[in-house]
Write a protein that binds this ligand. Structure first.
Ligand SMILES: *Cc1c(COP(=O)(O)O)cnc(C)c1O
Length: 410
């Protein structure tokens, strides 16, 4: 009989969100009257902005007429969107990225997961701990992660702990890392890297011939001037980094689906004969073979985000979430918690009270405040003793959740 890809059997069951849902359901079963507020939501809640909606309505009409109908589009994305991205996300910040270095897709999850197609399985991968699970699991599927270790984690993956002790700034690895996943502003910790902190990684990659896979899905939430929006703001980054972006959190496209990946032409890797090969060409080849382009309608919607109204409207939603985050930081501190993140990202990462691990705190918060969050340990062993709250709920619900938390712990 045929064989399956055994690597999939090494994957840990995705236990975090199903276990969260199970515990909330059990609690509601026992307490039918309880009004549970979910601050664990990893999805946006504000509807799409008017500019994107209008553009998509028009795009639907385009599809209804023979004269304007669009079938298969370019695998790399329509020029109108690639040009808008190059202009607004890069040139406006003093970074020159050519439209043909931008690959539009159906989102950053697919791209961060698929990028491994063009990279050898012999590479050693480094990730932060805690981490967005996609980076590790897709390397397990590809056979790049080694074998599961009894203490957790995978034998060939280099884990870079990010905790309060190091200010959530990963230290350079002792073993040489060939591929480094960095997500900043970070999910789940909500923390960011300053220009000089990110520069250390770009310099490390340049010195060691490493590739940085930079996930900047939360770029729109940055408030601090010294936090870079793109890794290409750092000199030399075009030679060492691929950047992933998404309209999901920036503009509410989690359901519509649109994102993009930047693969600079200067970026080169070695083949097995030691010859340099451009990654832009490889990714283009990969996308042309396995991807048939993001939908025309989504791309019209995404392009509208770059109009002045679109920019203003998308900004309003981001500001609303960041208003929640600011309130969360202030109130949680009032309640006596040590809190991190929340200044350049829609996530607040709090230290659980002494003697209460992440899951015990989940149960405590649910039982005594009817507030649900996400246990930090679910994102990696270094997340133990931490807890993630998201700023994606409504102002009213967020305020009420905080009132209950302050009443219980303050
Ligand atoms: C939400 C998120 C994304 C975006 O994923 P899409 O597929 O574009 O919706 C990417 N990376 C991280 C870390 C995220 O949290």
């Amino acid at each position: 009989m045929f064989r399956i890809n055994d690597n999939f059997l090494q994957l840990a069951e995705s236990y975090l969100f199903s276990e969260v849902a199970r515990r909330i359901a059990a609690f509601k079963e026992e307490n039918p009257a309880a009004d549970v507020i979910r601050l664990g939501i990893g999805d946006v809640t504000i509807p799409l902005c008017q500019a994107a909606i209008e553009a998509m309505h028009t795009a639907v009409d385009d599809e209804a007429n023979a004269a304007t109908f669009r079938g298969y589009g370019p695998e790399q994305g329509y020029p109108f969107l690639r040009e808008a991205i190059a202009e607004h996300d890069y040139r406006a910040r003093g970074v020159e990225i050519a439209p043909d270095e931008i690959f539009v897709s159906d989102g950053a999850k697919s791209d961060t997961g698929n990028i491994g197609d063009i990279l050898a399985t012999s590479n050693r991968v480094a990730v932060t701990d805690p981490v967005y699970p996609v980076y590790v699991d897709t390397n397990v599927m590809a056979g790049r992660a080694g074998t599961p270790m009894p203490e957790g984690g995978f034998s060939r993956v280099i884990y870079l702990p990010v905790t309060a002790e190091n200010g959530f700034v990963p230290e350079l690895p002792e073993e040489k890392a060939d591929i480094i996943y960095l997500c900043y502003p970070n999910n789940p910790t909500g923390t960011a890297l300053t220009r000089s902190q990110l520069k250390k990684w770009v310099d490390y990659a340049a010195a060691n011939g490493s590739l940085i896979l930079y996930d900047s899905a939360y770029e729109a939430f940055i408030r601090q001037d010294d936090v870079p929006h793109s890794i290409y703001e750092i000199e030399g980054a075009k030679k060492v980094a691929i950047e992933f972006r998404s309209f999901s959190k920036t503009a509410g496209f989690t359901g519509v689906r649109c994102g993009y990946t930047v693969v600079p032409k200067e970026l080169k890797g070695l083949d097995s004969e030691g010859r340099e090969v451009g990654l832009n060409h490889l990714w283009n080849r990969r996308q042309c073979t396995k991807f048939n382009g993001a939908s025309y309608i989504s791309q019209r919607g995404a392009t509208a985000i770059y109009t002045p109204e679109g920019q203003r409207q998308a900004r309003e939603a981001v500001d609303y979430y960041m208003g929640n985050a600011a309130m969360m930081l202030a109130e949680l501190r009032k309640a006596g918690f040590e809190v991190f993140g929340g200044e350049n990202a829609p996530y607040v990462w709090l230290k659980t009270p002494a003697g209460t691990d992440s899951w015990a705190f989940f149960d405590l918060l649910l039982k005594e405040c009817q507030v649900a969050g996400t246990p930090g340990s679910g994102f990696g062993p270094a997340g133990e003793g931490y807890f993630r709250l998201t700023a994606f709920n409504t102002r009213e619900n967020t305020r009420e959740a905080l009132r209950r938390i302050v009443a219980r712990f303050g």
